[in-house]
Design a protein around this ligand. Structure first.
Ligand SMILES: Cc1ncc(C[n+]2csc(CCOP(=O)(O)OP(=O)(O)O)c2C)c(N)n1
Ligand SMILES: [Mg+2]
Length: 336
């Protein structure tokens, strides 16, 4: 799939922003003694970047506990995200959500999510909205992990999305582990993508370290969704560089050699090795984007630190939808 020079630079900028957010921001949360657990997506940048490059604010994504990359790729402001991680009132969820509850409806970002595979039925619901109200022209992407691939709700959701031909992309980020469980220990098939055949949809597995491979596969899935042909299961083979959470030592269940193998195929490095020899983009331009991403993180940390904490009086605000309670009291058959 053809990409302009500007579009390629944008892919790199998104990946660099995610990498710097994870590598600079996450250790900072520890220093501020945030008690919530935080999951780094460093290493997996090419997946949300290649997919969300096809989407606009009108499209929807549902995310996971490892969701910072999804948010950034979908256009959520990294400064506000940092504030959310620090529990500050300027975060997208006013500091009351934290890393695993970052939602920004203005960007079609339905939320990072602490419940494994919970993104999936949310995205299928959004896909149904698109079909009923927008003639399939809004695409809904469900991100989930290889562990999430074994949740029952995924299978119900894939079946329904296929029966109703909803404009949904099921994107499995297969990073080889669910906590400390290796994917081959828990997966009955050779590839998660093989399961698509049971739901009568295309199942594709791609190199999730190669942003161009992800971009191409996602382009086909988006075109299929908008043509009313229904969902696609896209499995991206990738790797998380750090532990499951900041508290986990991955070397207790995987080897240094394995980590090195994947780091040699780092998505940002691979991008450079692909585009710089072609001559259209220089190494200096990419260095400059890296510096800008670094500076953005310093700015984000300053912004978050100088932002107020939420007020105790706001504790119960934004927790529940504001239902018309009077109507509910009058009878369950009322339309609300
Ligand atoms: C329904 C549910 N079951 C279990 C957990 C505990 N848990 C949190 S993350 C995780 C592993 C998820 O693995 P995977 O889907 O591969 O995502 P990854 O962490 O590799 O990105 C588990 C079991 C949970 N949060 N929700
Ligand atoms: Mg996993």
């Amino acid at each position: 799939m053809e990409l302009t020079r500007e579009a390629m630079l944008e892919l790199y900028r998104t990946m660099a922003t995610i990498r710097h957010f994870e590598e600079r921001g996450i250790p900072e949360t520890g220093q501020r003694r945030m008690s919530a657990s935080v999951h780094s997506s460093a290493g997996q940048e090419a997946v949300p970047t290649g997919i969300c490059a096809h989407l606009t604010d009108d499209d929807y994504i549902g995310s996971t506990h490892r969701g910072h990359g999804h948010c950034i790729a979908k256009g959520v402001d990294p400064k506000a995200m940092m504030a959310e991680l620090f529990g500050r009132a300027t975060g997208p969820n006013k500091g009351k959500g934290g890393s695993m509850h970052i939602a920004d409806m203005s960007k079609g970002m339905l939320g990072t999510n602490g419940v494994v595979a919970a993104s999936v039925p949310l995205a299928v619901g959004a896909g149904l909205t698109s079909k009923l109200r927008h003639n399939n022209q809004r695409v809904a992407v469900a991100f989930f992990g290889d562990g999430g691939a074994n949740q029952g709700v995924l299978h119900e959701s894939m079946n329904l999305a296929s029966v109703w031909k909803l404009p949904v992309i099921f994107c499995c980020e297969n990073n080889q582990y669910a906590e400390s469980t290796p994917v081959e220990y828990a997966l009955s098939a050779s590839h998660v993508a093989d399961r698509a055949v049971a739901y009568n949809m295309p199942g594709i597995h791609v190199d999730g370290m190669d942003v161009f491979a992800v971009y191409d596969a996602a382009g086909q899935a988006v075109a299929r969704a908008k043509a009313g042909e229904g969902p696609t299961l896209l499995e991206c083979l990738t790797y998380r560089y750090y532990g499951h959470t900041v508290f986990d030592n991955p070397l207790s269940y995987r080897t240094r050699e394995e980590e090195e193998h994947w780091r040699n195929r780092d998505p940002l490095k691979l991008f450079r090795e692909t585009v710089v020899p072609q001559g259209e983009i220089s190494a200096e331009e990419l260095d400059q984007i890296d510096r800008e991403a670094e500076n953005l993180m310093e700015e984000a940390i300053r912004f978050a630190d100088s932002s107020p904490m939420p007020q105790p009086s706001e504790l119960y605000e934004d927790v529940y939808v504001d239902y018309p309670v009077e109507l509910l009291k009058r009878g369950s058959n009322m339309e609300i």
